[in-house]
Design a protein. Structure first.
Ligand code: DAK
Length: 262
């Protein structure tokens, strides 16, 4: 993969797991248009592979991603901004819609577009040093890569407004208390912890994992009755998979299942 601003490495111990690193440390890994283009290229390269879990992190010790690239936006017109927002939202949507599990390992600043990238992942882990926030209003902007929508759905409308309207930065422990972050680690434990979780998810039946993710996400925009019907359909569809037969047989035979993703 010939990328300059992102790096992808497969796990040395698990063929189904890989680490995607946003790699512009001099700009605290800010998302310029090259990063967004390369994220789309990355998605195109891995979408059809049997990779199951991708851990997303930032290069260096200080930052996950410090936002969309502020300098690049300097001369943007409203039309440019609309194009940029649709492009970024679209690429984040492509990444989260691949049917693979995305785990954000937030090692430092996750501000603006960085927090939005984390929000586009399925699970967020954080180092004790991580800092979260949507500081766009302090720049005269609003979030444009999904932050206003995903944060409200994630932590609730009131808290999302608190952060989007104040631009306040909050800590990993606050993020944990709000339910945004699933676990907080000492800095050196973050990647091992994220990789352990990735290994666990990768060991589960891949079609079932993807279906559970889809049922949760798609159900969020439905009323409860329709959402429960969606769940019933997903539950039924999974009964057509070989992995369901294998999983139940393995339980009865008291052995580990060997899931094939079929
Ligand atoms: N963009 C570009 N460069 C950045 C950057 C960013 N978001 N964040 C940091 N950098 C660069 C700095 O300019 C500096 O570069 P040099 O001056 O060395 O060339 C280098 O990274 C190191 O940063 P600092 O020297 O500032 O480092 P400090 O440790 O002193 O401070 C900091 C770290 C994270 C507190 C500070 O860098 C900071 O406040 N950064 C900006 C954080 C921020 O406001 N992030 C939100 C950005 S706005 C939209 C689409 C998307 C969005 C909005 C609209 N539409 C399409 C409409 C999203 C917007 C955002 O994400």
């Amino acid at each position: 993969m010939g990328f300059e601003t992102i790096e992808f490495k497969k796990s040395e111990t698990n063929e189904y797991v890989g680490v995607l690193t946003i790699n512009r440390p001099k700009a605290l890994n800010a998302l310029n248009s090259q990063v967004i283009d390369e994220l789309e290229g990355f998605r195109d390269e891995i979408a059809g592979t049997d990779l199951r879990v991708i851990v997303v992190t930032g290069s260096g010790e200080k930052s996950f991603v410090a936002g969309a690239d502020i300098k690049e936006m300097k001369n943007h017109s409203a039309e440019d901004a609309l194009r940029m927002a649709r492009r970024g939202q679209g690429v984040f949507g492509l990444l989260s819609g691949m049917g693979k599990t995305m785990v954000a390992a937030v090692n430092g600043f996750a501000l603006g577009g960085g927090m939005e990238l984390a929000l586009a992942c399925d699970v967020i882990f954080a180092s004790e040093k991580a800092k979260f926030g949507l500081p766009e209003v302090s720049l005269g902007l609003i979030p444009g890569y999904g932050g206003t929508q995903r944060l409200a759905r994630n932590i609730g409308v009131s808290k999302a407004k608190y952060f989007a309207l104040s631009g306040d930065i909050f800590s990993a422990s606050q993020a944990y208390e709000m339910g945004l972050v699933s676990k907080v680690f000492a800095p050196e434990e973050l990647m091992p912890g994220a990789m352990k979780f990735a290994d666990t998810v990768a060991s589960r039946a891949p079609l079932a994992v993807a279906k559970a993710k889809m049922a949760i996400e798609d159900g969020l925009s439905l009323d409860l009755k329709a959402a429960l019907e969606l769940e019933a359909k997903c539950f039924s569809e999974i009964f057509n998979t070989e992995d369901k037969t294998e999983g139940i047989a393995a339980f009865i035979e008291k052995r580990q299942p060997n899931f094939q993703g079929k």
